[in-house]
Ligand binder design. Structure first.
Ligand code: C2E
Ligand code: MN
Ligand code: MN
Length: 405
């Protein structure tokens, strides 16, 4: 199958502009052996390259490109399949925008067509090229700080770092994970994540519950979560708890039960954030709406969890505007390398800014991911990079600090 890949990157100090033509010549020879064809555009600040060929060959060439130290910030923009090559006659053709006028480059590209494939101005790859040329001179990418400008300082938060469960025979336990604002060195909330009596995962724990008891157990477990939060000495900090939406729908008086857990543990409703995901089973939207109104009326916060995964959360967002929206890990992972994820996350941020919804990035594991997300304006983060969940406790937090050189 004929694969197409487009990426964008920036030259590093190791790149010698005068050697560009030679570099492309070498690439041509290597590509021909692998049956890879394509074009390379350079505007002095960014590269845009189109690669076409058998999927395995394109992957091989792209892996090699990724390791080339003469450029960095390599962001994949498009991966697609096509019936014919667009640039069949070119092992690798260089288009230097510093030497040719944009209009001439675009005209030339349209003439590259072969008898088999005549490139048209509505071709998607052509449109990527046109967009690159049009935005040349502006930053095609996000200007983020380099990972080596940061070091991590580990600090223990002012909570208990590990406690015994409340009672030896409690049905479940909770692990707590901080959601932080690195720029302010502030813990914005602690998420309570359910664990089995032996420390097993949420999935493991819920699999031991009879299906008809699932929602009851989910709601009841929040009593244990909040009791532990209190024992950890969370003071005025906020606690986020996860609930299946149907736990608020199916259990009569669910919100009152929750409020009871809150007051019994000497917490305020305003300290609690309920995280819900849009899962398939929200069958009673009317009852769910009613439960959400009660939560809001009591002063409890609401977050949409796992936004952008599976059931995307979009219809939930259209119906309820939560205080917080948590961008799912599937969008966060390797965002610094991936154009489509970047475009989606930028749109989410814009939408949330318009609706005054706070955004949290979940599952941040790499410093590069954090640098990119921070640069587009996200302030709240949760992930192993900063702190892992800790059973019956809160682990120390690794705070990024700018290295002064
Ligand atoms: P979630 O609410 O999205 O919670 C975040 C999950 O991501 C947690 O997994 C956490 O350990 C994990 N995580 C956090 N940072 C990272 C990271 O940097 N990398 C990776 N790979 N993972 C990270 P956990 O504790 O296994 O929870 C899984 C899911 O189980 C939760 O996802 C939530 O949907 C559900 N869950 C947890 N507690 C409850 C609960 O009390 N009730 C209900 N209904 N669901 C719960
Ligand atoms: Mn959650
Ligand atoms: Mn989540």
């Amino acid at each position: 199958m004929l694969a197409t890949l487009i990426y964008r990157s920036q030259p590093t100090g190791a790149f010698d502009p005068s050697g560009l033509a030679e570099l492309v010549g070498k690439a041509w020879l290597q590509n021909v052996q692998l049956q890879v064809t394509g074009i390379l555009l350079f505007d002095g600040e960014h590269f845009l390259q189109v690669l076409e060929g058998p999927l395995a060959s394109v992957n091989t060439v792209f892996a090699r490109i990724n390791h080339d130290t003469r450029h960095h910030n390599v962001v994949e923009l498009l991966r697609d399949f096509a019936p014919h090559r667009r640039f069949a006659n070119h092992g690798m053709l260089l288009l230097d925008l510093q030497k040719q006028r944009p209009a001439a480059v675009l005209r030339a590209i349209l003439r590259f067509g072969t008898l088999k494939y005549q490139l048209a101005s509505n071709d998607r790859v052509y449109k990527f090229i046109r967009h690159f040329i049009a935005s040349s001179g502006h930053t095609a990418g996000v200007r983020h700080t380099a990972p080596d400008q940061w070091r991590f300082v580990v600090k223990t938060p002012p909570f208990l770092t590990g406690a015994a469960p409340d009672s030896a025979d409690q049905p479940c336990q909770f692990a707590f994970q901080p959601i932080i604002e690195p720029q302010r060195e502030k813990i914005s909330s602690l998420e309570a994540l359910i664990r089995g009596p032996g420390g097993g995962s949420p999935q493991e724990y819920f699999s031991t519950i009879a299906p008809e008891k699932l929602h009851e157990a989910d709601l009841a477990s929040k009593g244990w979560a909040l009791a532990m939060a209190r024992r950890l000495g969370i003071g005025n900090h906020k606690v986020a708890i996860n609930l299946l939406p149907m736990s608020l729908v199916k259990i009569p008086g669910a919100v009152d039960i929750l409020l009871d857990h809150i007051t019994r543990n000497h917490l305020r409703p305003g300290q609690i954030i309920v995280e819900v995901t849009e899962d398939e089973v929200i069958s009673g939207y009317e009852e769910f709406t009613w439960a959400i109104r009660q939560l809001r009326a009591a002063g409890i916060g609401l977050a949409i969890d796992d936004f952008g995964s599976g059931f995307a959360g979009l219809s939930l967002l259209a119906k309820f505007q939560p205080d917080k929206l948590k961008i799912d890990r599937t969008l966060v992972t390797d965002i610094h390398l991936h154009g489509p994820k970047q475009a989606i996350v930028k749109a989410i941020i814009e939408c949330c800014a318009e609706l005054q919804i706070a955004v949290v990035a979940e599952g941040v594991e790499k410093i590069e991911e954090w640098c990119w997300l921070e640069a587009v304006g996200i302030q709240r983060f949760q992930g192993f990079l900063f702190a892992r969940p800790m059973l019956n406790g809160v682990s120390p937090v690794s705070w990024p600090q700018r290295v002064i050189k």
